[in-house]
Design a protein around this ligand. Structure first.
Ligand code: FAD
Length: 286
């Protein structure tokens, strides 16, 4: 089912993001984690796409398994940074043949040493191409704190508008740790005339090492309230996991309470964390 149809059918949806293995020896263990997450019956699961291309075949395979083996709606990510138009046409044909209905269309991060020829400069060009191909529900990424390369949040939202006009049916946000940042972003997005559904993305941060990596990648601000949790429990993995799940749960409940109908969780193939979040919402997401 298309994500936009899923969103219309329920008052509160919960979805999980997973990533494919980088190498074939990890395929079994990652498949098991993905199957455990699918057993939680999320409204959909999305599967990331390695910018370097190494895991791209697995993205399609895992998206198909989620849908066919586990009976859960799936979204395949597709990034265009090092792709030619021929590569993209091949991927779209593969996704169509496998019955995948949803694509999250991304540019991908440009590697520091990238010297190749970019046939796609921005995700909006990929969105345009998928739209012309027809038949897919197309998602795009957005950034409540601004994309790291953008001059300002406003110029980033101008570019986001172009991407939506190119054919995005819905948007998913980068992670954020302060819901007020998201509410303020959403108001700006609507003021800019962007009316497609915006799904907030929440990352349960459950170990101290993950925090450093996450902050570096996401450009997100870590609020004092969360920083104190890390300072206090960062050296105690079990306590940090419990506190990280509780913090993410509180963010999610606040989002639903403020009228959001969908939340996407960056579950990072951690089935125990996904299950803990789902259990905490057992009377909220039904
Ligand atoms: P774009 O929408 O192209 O934006 C990139 C930058 O270009 C922004 O600063 C934007 O303001 C600017 N820009 C856009 N259009 C124009 C224009 N016309 N003129 C001037 N500037 C412009 N990466 C992966 O490799 N694989 C994944 O599976 C993946 N999944 C993700 C899922 C989500 C929900 C999110 C939020 C990110 C994900 N990423 C993934 C990371 C993403 O690829 C990077 O953040 C990348 O740097 C930007 O991708 P984008 O699609 O947002 O790019």
């Amino acid at each position: 089912m298309k994500v936009t149809d899923i969103l219309k059918r329920k008052n509160a949806t919960l979805s999980f993001e997973v990533f494919p293995p980088k190498t074939s020896d990890k395929f079994e263990s990652i498949s098991r984690a993905i199957s455990d997450i699918a057993a939680l019956r999320p409204d959909f699961m999305s599967v990331t796409y390695g910018a370097g291309g190494g895991t791209s075949a697995y993205t399609v395979q895992i998206s198909r398994d989620i849908k066919e083996k586990y009976g859960v709606n799936s979204v395949a990510h597709l990034s265009c940074i090092s792709s030619t138009r021929v590569d993209v046409a091949e991927k779209l044909a593969l996704l169509r043949a496998d019955g995948i209905e949803n694509i999250l269309a991304l540019r991908g991060d440009i590697p520091a040493d990238f010297a190749g020829n970019m046939e796609y400069r921005y995700a909006s060009e990929l969105v345009e191409e998928i739209k012309a191909y027809g038949g897919f529900c197309i998602g795009g990424a957005c950034y409540p704190e601004g994309h790291p390369e953008s001059e300002s949040l406003f110029s980033d939202i101008d570019n986001l508008k172009r991407k939506v006009e190119a054919g995005c049916d819905y948007l998913v946000t980068q992670m954020f740790f302060d819901n007020d940042i998201f509410y303020s972003f959403l108001a700006k997005v609507r003021d800019a005339g962007i009316y497609v559904p915006v799904i907030p993305g929440i990352m349960p941060v459950t170990n101290a090492k993950q925090i450093k990596r996450t902050m570096a990648l996401s450009n997100s601000i870590l609020p004092t309230r969360f920083r104190r949790i890390v300072d206090r429990y960062g050296d105690n993995p079990a306590a940090m996991r419990q506190a990280g799940v509780a913090y993410a749960t509180e963010q999610i409940i606040d989002l639903y309470a403020n009228g959001m109908k969908a939340v996407h969780v960056y579950s990072m193939n951690n089935a125990a964390v996904a299950r803990a979040i789902k259990d905490n919402l057992s009377e909220i997401v039904v």
